[in-house]
Design a protein around this ligand. Structure first.
Ligand code: HEC
Length: 356
């Protein structure tokens, strides 16, 4: 069953990619078909038609004004080569004048921009000094935009707005972060198994995202990885967990530097924002007085929580973490392909016939 679904998905993806790779010169031949699809009730069809029309040379702005979501879906499924040369400047202008939403617009502009310096200048101008690092309001886009900005050395960092400077990880620190990310995601013995791919935890397993246990003194989380934890814990949103985390470091064969890297990752991801943790920071750790696993009360005597700093309006800097750059997966290509199977195959054949 799963295999069959996979096959359909694969076929659909190939067909979606086929449409996107058709010789653009021939697209005007099916333009009328594409335009008629713009009013289709199915969003994927509208997105597909929009992608075709972009390739046929219709201005992005005109298409966005007609159907903003269709345009953004179409653009996000296309590569820089498939888009007109003006796509990035058009997107930036549309973010600026509010035709498209900041989150998606920034994300796509960051993905497509080849002129990194122009991208930087544009992004930097969007940081609102009055509210600190404006990226917080950008949803997921800030993470990708920041990842895109990493390694941009043409602009002197001294000129960056304060938020950026703090946010930036120099290459050695970024390496630590990426190592921590990889260790977190190891299938056997990685934190991901219980705390989830996005740090949000699971039934019976508490979150690390937005957790007061993770922020503050890094030795708290380090010693939990070393000795485990048992007892009731309460998250600041009121959720309660009562379970046991077994000691993990030795069994999972993690060195002290590995733990520091993992902590760097979890303290800088999913909305947590903290500096890099080094082995020095967590070298000396207390142990449970009676041996065994930490009891909640005892570990909190060593490292009290600071809930208030995490509540909305608290004084802790809550800044987005730097994530690796992930190009969007082929999600839309699959949708496009499914639609293609039913509908546009016909138009495609007309096009191919006309080409001869
Ligand atoms: C086998 C499951 C499991 C794995 C793997 C695991 N944990 Fe946990 N973790 C738990 C459970 C269960 C608790 C809650 C214990 C309790 O209720 O007292 C917990 C609690 C925590 C806490 C304190 C509460 C919170 O959510 O902030 C931290 C910090 C933590 N784990 C970090 C880690 C890190 C870092 C790793 C990977 C190195 C990891 N854990 C791997 C199960 C696990």
């Amino acid at each position: 069953m799963r295999g069959a679904r996979f096959e359909v998905e694969r076929a659909a993806r190939s067909l979606g990619e086929l449409l996107l790779s058709l010789d653009a010169a021939g697209l005007p031949a099916i333009e009328a078909d594409l335009v008629s699809l713009l009013d289709d009730p199915m969003p994927a069809k509208r997105a597909l038609a929009t992608a075709g029309l972009v390739r046929a040379g219709r201005p992005l702005k005109e298409l966005a004004e007609r159907d903003r979501d269709a345009l953004l879906s179409a653009v996000s499924a296309m590569s820089a080569e498939q888009l007109p040369a003006s796509a990035v400047t058009d997107l930036m202008a549309m973010v600026d004048d509010g035709t498209v939403d900041t989150t998606t617009g920034v994300l796509e502009a960051a993905r497509l921009a080849t002129d990194r310096e122009a991208l930087f200048v544009w992004l930097a101008a969007k940081v609102d000094p009055a509210r600190g690092l404006g990226f917080d309001q950008w949803g997921d886009a800030h993470r990708r935009a920041m990842a895109a900005l990493q390694g941009m050395h043409t602009v002197d960092r001294a000129d960056w707005p304060a938020g950026y400077r703090e946010y930036y990880l120099d290459p050695p620190a970024e390496e630590v972060y990426l190592r921590g990310e990889a260790l977190y995601h190891v299938e056997e013995g990685g934190c991901i198994k219980c705390h989830g791919p996005d740090g949000r935890g699971a039934e019976g397993f508490p979150p690390l995202a937005d957790s007061p246990w993770v922020m503050g003194d890094p030795r708290r989380a380090a010693t939990i990885v070393e000795h485990g934890l048992t007892g009731e814990i309460v998250m600041h949103d009121g959720r309660r967990f009562h379970s046991t985390m077994d000691p993990l470091r030795q069994g999972a064969n993690l060195s002290g530097a590995d733990v520091a890297a993992i902590l760097t990752y979890i303290r800088r991801s999913w909305g947590n924002f903290g500096p890099v943790v080094t082995y020095e920071d967590i070298k000396t750790l207390p142990s449970p007085s009676e041996g065994g696993v930490w009891k909640v009360d005892e570990v909190l005597m060593h490292f009290p929580l600071a809930y208030d700093r995490l509540l909305p309006g608290g004084d802790a800097p809550r800044r987005p973490g730097v994530a690796g750059w992930h190009a969007p997966r082929g999600g839309l290509a699959v949708l496009l392909g499914v639609v293609l199977l039913f509908n546009v195959l016909f138009a495609g054949m007309t096009y191919l016939a006309n080409r001869r």
